[in-house]
Design a protein around this ligand. Structure first.
Ligand SMILES: NC(=O)c1ccc[n+]([C@@H]2O[C@H](COP(=O)([O-])OP(=O)(O)OC[C@H]3O[C@@H](n4cnc5c(N)ncnc54)[C@H](OP(=O)(O)O)[C@@H]3O)[C@@H](O)[C@H]2O)c1
Length: 249
């Protein structure tokens, strides 16, 4: 068992992630905020980033109530130039990153023939390229330390196709492939790369949210799955989770 996965599996059952450091992209609101809260509750120090300072600072304040160390920094995860300073400050403030949650993502729906090149770039850069950029920056130190968890937030749109989903599905199907290949690249180093595929979740995603929030998952449901993946035993690897609301939307 490695030092890092020891930190991620923890000694105490109440705070099994105590000693770990989690970076959650898009942690200022929505699913990312719920994930940051769950990991803090499990004892991890938490770093969050996003483009909007106000929501980040508010969420950081709420996270401190869990009694863990918190770092919040504005960073656009589509820009490599924002990521290096984010990692540097996180490691300086909190210590080595043991859990990376690639959560930041945006939608962009409608028939592909009506979409612009800018919309394609915006969605693909945010929901797919960012995972490459952030993971690439985090992985070398995880390899040196002999372990870690990378948890990517994909979607059931990464497993299915539907009208109007072309650009979003392309980003999430790409994320499924990226995750699977990274998992194979890194498992020999004790690093688990897993993917969570939620169905519809009640958030402000794409400025809207689900048609019927009563038939949607909550952000906390996704956070629960992330906690489960992060807390599993060091010899175990939950590689993919499909998360559906009980009632069909
Ligand atoms: N809601 C759903 O139904 C659903 C279902 C399945 C999967 N998902 C996935 O879950 C993830 C989170 O979605 P959500 O529902 O929580 O959406 P949300 O409420 O719109 O939150 C998105 C988060 O990502 C951040 N973000 C967006 N672009 C960013 C960028 N370039 N750099 C840094 N941060 C950025 C946002 O912060 P700023 O705007 O401040 O940057 C925000 O914190 C996404 O990957 C989404 O595809 C959502």
């Amino acid at each position: 068992m490695t030092d890092i996965n020891m930190a991620n599996s923890g000694a105490s059952t109440e705070k099994p992630l105590a000693g770990g450091v989690a970076l959650v992209t898009g942690g200022g609101r929505g699913i990312g905020k719920a994930i940051a809260q769950r990991l803090a509750k499990l004892g991890a120090a938490v770093s969050i980033c996003g483009r909007t300072e106000e929501s980040l600072m508010r969420t950081a304040q709420e996270l401190r109530a869990f009694g863990v160390r918190v770092h919040a920094q504005t960073a656009d995860v589509t820009r490599a130039g924002d990521i290096a300073p984010l990692l540097e400050a996180t490691e300086k403030e909190l210590g080595p990153i043991t859990i990376l949650v690639n959560n930041a993502g945006i939608g962009g729906f409608g028939p592909v023939h009506e979409k612009s090149e800018e919309e394609w770039d915006r969605v693909l850069n945010t929901s797919l390229k960012s995972v490459f950029l952030v993971s690439r920056a985090v992985v070398p130190a995880m390899i040196r330390r002999g372990g870690g968890d990378i948890i990517n937030i994909s979607s059931l749109a990464g497993k299915n196709t539907f009208a109007g989903g072309g650009i979003y599905c392309a980003s999430k199907w790409g994320l499924q492939g990226l995750t699977g290949c990274m998992a194979e690249d890194l498992r020999g180093y004790g690093i688990r790369v897993s993917v969570i595929c939620p169905g519809s979740v009640a958030t402000e995603f794409s400025g809207g949210g689900p048609k019927d929030p009563k038939k949607a998952l909550t952000a906390e449901d996704v956070a629960h799955a992330v906690g489960m993946v992060a807390v599993q035993g060091p010899q175990s690897f939950i590689s993919e989770v499909h998360l559906r609301p009980v009632r069909k939307p």
